[in-house]
Ligand binder design. Structure first.
Ligand SMILES: *Cc1c(COP(=O)(O)O)cnc(C)c1O
Length: 400
C-alpha cells in the first residue's frame, strides 16, 4: 500500500447465509442470490483509528476512510461532499424533538451521492469500465456524475415518466439515458440482460456490495453529529432500503468499535407510500420476505420500488430495532411538504415529506411520543421536484 490510509476490509459476507466471499474481486449478488455485506477487521480499526481525528477531517463522507472499502486514494471520486445539516423543526414541535437530516445538500442533490460515490470508486478499483443501472432519477444522476468524474462510462434506463430534470441532468453529466415503457423493476431486468451479455456491469441497488457502504456513512455521520449518541427513532423513506440497511450496519460497527457513548439503538421506521408499500405489507403480515407490489403508484418516485432484493435485511433491521413499517398516502405527503415549507422554511422532497407525514401519523396513533427524539431523512433537494402552480397575475398599472 502506497497510501497514508490503512485499509481494513477483510471479506464480504452473504446477507442471508453469511457465506464468505473474497475481497478484491468483482462481485454482484452472493452465490445465494442475495446482497453481500462488506466486513472489516474492526479490532484493528479500533487499535489504529481515532474517532475524533476522523471527525476533524473536512471532506464529508470520505472522512470515514478507515470504515470504507476503497484501498487506493486515486480511486476516490470527490465532488465537494459535505456533512449534511441537522435541522430541528422547532416551530412545529417541542425544541429539538423532531430533526431533519437534509441530504439534499450533497453533490447531485440527493443521498444517492453517498452510495454511488462508493460504488463507482470500487468499480474503478476493481477495473470495471462501463457501469449501468435502472433508476427512478437520483441514482442515475449520482452515478453519471461520479463516473464521469473518474472517467468511467455509464448507461441508465428509467421509466419514461421520470422527472425531466433527472433525465436531463443525468445525460448532461455524461450518461447514455434510455426512457423506458415500464417501471424500475422492468428497467432492472433489461439492464441485467445487458450485463449478462457483457455490455456493462450492473450497479443496481444492492446488486453490488458497496452502495450500502456509502449509505452507511449516514449512520456514522449522524452519530458523530449527535455527540456519539443516537436518536430514539429514525424515519427512513424506504425504496430499495439501502440507507436503512446501511445505517443499521453502521450502528453495529460503532458499537463494536466502542465509539458510542451509550449503546442505545434507535427504533428504525421504514416509511413507504400507500400506493407502493411491499415492505409495510410484509411487516404487517409477519413475513421476512416481501411479495412484489402490483400497479405501484405514488408521486414520491424515489420510493416507488415494487420489489427490493434486500427486503429481509430491511425487515430484520426494523424488527430487531423494535421499530415498525408505515405507509402514507400522496395527499398526506403533499400536506406534509406544504406544512414544513410554510412553517419552517424548509423545502422537502416528496420522499422526505413522506417521513414527516409518517411521523405525524405515528404520533397520532401512539407509536411515537412527543418526548422522543426523532430524526427524519430528507433524501433529496426539494428543488428537483414538480411543485404546485403559484403566483398571481399582476398588472403593474395598479398600485401596490
Ligand atoms: C433512492 C431514493 C429513496 C430510497 O432510498 P433507498 O435507500 O434505496 O431505500 C428515497 N428518496 C429519494 C429521493 C431517493 O432518491
Amino acid at each position: 500500500m502506497d497510501d497514508e490510509f490503512a485499509n481494513f476490509l477483510t471479506h464480504l459476507e452473504c446477507g442471508l447465509t453469511s457465506e464468505y466471499h473474497q475481497a478484491g474481486e468483482v462481485h454482484g449478488l452472493s452465490r445465494a442470490g442475495k446482497p453481500l455485506l462488506a466486513r472489516y477487521d474492526l479490532s484493528a480499526i479500533k487499535a489504529n483509528a481515532d474517532r475524533d481525528a476522523i471527525l476533524a477531517r473536512t471532506n464529508g463522507f470520505w472522512k470515514w476512510r478507515e470504515l470504507l472499502p476503497v484501498r487506493e486514494t486515486k480511486n476516490i471520486c470527490a465532488l465537494g461532499e459535505v456533512d449534511t445539516p441537522l435541522i430541528a423543526l422547532n416551530n412545529l414541535h417541542k425544541n429539538g424533538t423532531v430533526i431533519v437530516k437534509d441530504e439534499g445538500r450533497l453533490p447531485t442533490g440527493s443521498f444517492k451521492a453517498r452510495g454511488l460515490a462508493l460504488a463507482v470508486a470500487m468499480a474503478s478499483e476493481l477495473g470495471l469500465t462501463h457501469l449501468a443501472m435502472p433508476t427512478n432519477g437520483n441514482a442515475g444522476s449520482a452515478l453519471s456524475a461520479y463516473a464521469s468524474r473518474i472517467g468511467l462510462q455509464t448507461t441508465v434506463a428509467c421509466p419514461d415518466d421520470t422527472p425531466a430534470i433527472n433525465i436531463e441532468e443525468t445525460a448532461l453529466q455524461g450518461a447514455k439515458v434510455y426512457k423506458a415503457n415500464g417501471l424500475i423493476n422492468a428497467c432492472g431486468a433489461w439492464i441485467k440482460a445487458g450485463a449478462d451479455k457483457g455490455l456493462w456491469f450492473d450497479l443496481s441497488t444492492l446488486k453490488e456490495p458497496y452502495r450500502i457502504e456509502g449509505k452507511k456513512t449516514m449512520g456514522l455521520e449522524l452519530a458523530a453529529q449527535m455527540g456519539w449518541a443516537l436518536p430514539d427513532v429514525i424515519f427512513y423513506p424506504t425504496g430499495g432500503g439501502t440507507g436503512l440497511i446501511g445505517m443499521w450496519k453502521a450502528f453495529a460497527e460503532l458499537i463494536e468499535l466502542g465509539w458510542l457513548e451509550k449503546n442505545d439503538l434507535p427504533r428504525m421506521v421504514a416509511v413507504q407510500a400507500s400506493g407502493c408499500a411491499p415492505i409495510v405489507r410484509a411487516y404487517d403480515a409477519g413475513k421476512r420476505f416481501a411479495e412484489p407490489w402490483e400497479d405501484a403508484h405514488t408521486f414520491a418516485a424515489g420510493i416507488r420500488v415494487p420489489a427490493a432484493v434486500g427486503d429481509f435485511l430491511i425487515l430484520d433491521a426494523v424488527r430487531a430495532s423494535g421499530g415498525f413499517a408505515i405507509a402514507v398516502d400522496d395527499e398526506a405527503i403533499e400536506h406534509a411538504r406544504q406544512t414544513v415549507a410554510q412553517r419552517e422554511g424548509l423545502l422537502l422532497c416528496p420522499e422526505g415529506a413522506a417521513t414527516y407525514a409518517a411521523y405525524m401519523a405515528a404520533r397520532q396513533n401512539g407509536q411515537v411520543s412527543a418526548d422522543e427524539r426523532a430524526v427524519l431523512f430528507n433524501c433529496a433537494t426539494g428543488l428537483k421536484y414538480p411543485m404546485p402552480d403559484a403566483g398571481e397575475a399582476l398588472d403593474l398599472a395598479n398600485p401596490a
